[in-house]
Ligand binder design. Structure first.
Ligand code: NDP
Length: 337
């Protein structure tokens, strides 16, 4: 049973050396009375929030990983053995599993059955999984969007950002995205239907950059990065603008977060800035799956994935999230079947 384990708690930017790929033992029977499942892992999700679980911090909304154990994360898997009446051998499931070939899952609350059909199985950790749901809940429930709104999305080509932009376009908004390479900017404009996009790494003054794309100001900023971009966006918001604080990927590797300087803009422009967690909106999940699957089938949205082949490439895929190596949703394919 090949596994990826966390070696120690991480300080600063994560590196591949913080993880180890090793051979462990697999338990292939779910113990009687455990209510558990043994699954074969097919697709594993690399998500920025997992960086937080590599820190020895028990005060967060999710407990840290345990060094020496297989890393835990979202995945799509096939049931090999079941002691749970809700799941049968051969079912495909999505939810929390281990970064290993085979996992005994005893806490099954996060698992949902998924179908193998015209939608790729890997989408259940991306477009139709937690990141897609974050985009959906964040955009409709937190941003209070209206037709014609000017929307700015950072980390726009990533797992969450690419869907936020496309939902905003379907809603009749003007949408600009920022991303960290020429290739990503091109994809945003040519494939994902953003009105405009720019490479923030090539800009010297983000405040004037945003002024250029939003001469009349921003109605909605969907913030995936925090830091300097958030500061620049605050200065460019319209009166009564909304900032949905989804994540702060630029701050993950700092032991102390960078300060935000322009908070007086919140007062002056009566901006509503709201942090949110997708997990607070899970009652909307069935509606989300239905809506977004329909959009996908009707060709109204597309979804870019970056698939690393093989568990041994999981550490580099994960670390790549923090340098922008991933183009689209970062997934690790452990096995196709
Ligand atoms: P992505 O697929 O977007 O991957 C991360 C991307 O962040 C990279 O590709 C890179 O893109 C960008 N990035 C990395 N470092 C920096 C930096 N220093 N400054 C600016 N950009 C950087 O990840 P997700 O779409 O999965 O996640 C996006 C955000 O959403 C994260 O902050 C995450 O924590 C948050 N999130 C929040 C949830 C919630 O419930 N609130 C749930 C899920 C995710 P680039 O090349 O453009 O720099």
């Amino acid at each position: 049973n090949k596994q990826v384990v966390l070696k120690w708690f991480v300080v600063g930017a994560p590196t591949e050396k913080d993880m180890e790929v090793r051979e462990g033992t697999a338990q292939l029977k779910a113990p009687e009375g455990s209510g558990g499942l043994v699954v074969k892992n097919l697709y594993l999700s690399c998500d920025p929030y997992m960086r937080g679980r590599m820190r020895e911090d028990y005060s967060s909304y999710i407990p840290p990983f345990q060094p020496g154990n297989a890393i835990e994360g979202f995945g799509v898997a096939k049931v090999l053995d079941s002691d749970n009446p809700n799941f049968s051998v051969g079912d495909y499931v999505a939810g929390f599993t281990g970064w290993e070939e085979y996992t005994l899952i005893t806490r099954t609350e996060s698992l949902r059955k998924v179908k193998k059909n015209d939608i790729p199985l890997s989408f259940h950790v991306g477009l139709l999984g937690m990141p897609g749901f974050t985009a959906y809940a964040g955009f409709y429930e937190v941003c209070a969007p209206k037709k014609g709104d000017a929307v700015f999305v950072s980390a726009a080509s990533g797992a969450v950002g690419q869907l936020v932009g496309q939902l905003a376009k379907l809603h009749g908004c003007y949408v600009v995205g920022s991303a960290g390479s020429k290739q990503k900017v091109q994809l945003l404009k040519d494939k994902l239907g953003f009105d405009e996009a720019f490479n923030y790494k090539e800009e010297t003054d983000l405040t004037t950059t945003l002024q250029r794309y939003f001469p009349d100001g921003i109605d909605i900023y969907f913030d995936n990065v925090g830091g300097a971009m958030l500061d620049a966006a605050l200065l460019n918001m319209k009166v009564h603008g909304r900032v949905a604080v989804c994540g702060m990927v630029s701050q993950h590797s700092y032991t102390d977060s960078e300060g935000i300087h322009n908070t007086f803009a919140l007062v002056r422009k009566r901006i509503r800035m709201e942090g949110f967690l997708q997990s607070d909106y899970l009652h909307l999940f069935p509606k989300f799956v239905e809506t977004v699957s329909n959009h996908y089938r009707e060709g109204k949205i597309i979804y870019l994935e970056d698939i690393a082949e093989g568990l041994e490439n999981a550490p580099s895929a994960f670390v790549g999230l923090f340098s922008g190596k991933n183009v689209g949703k970062q997934v690790v394919c452990v096995s196709k079947e």
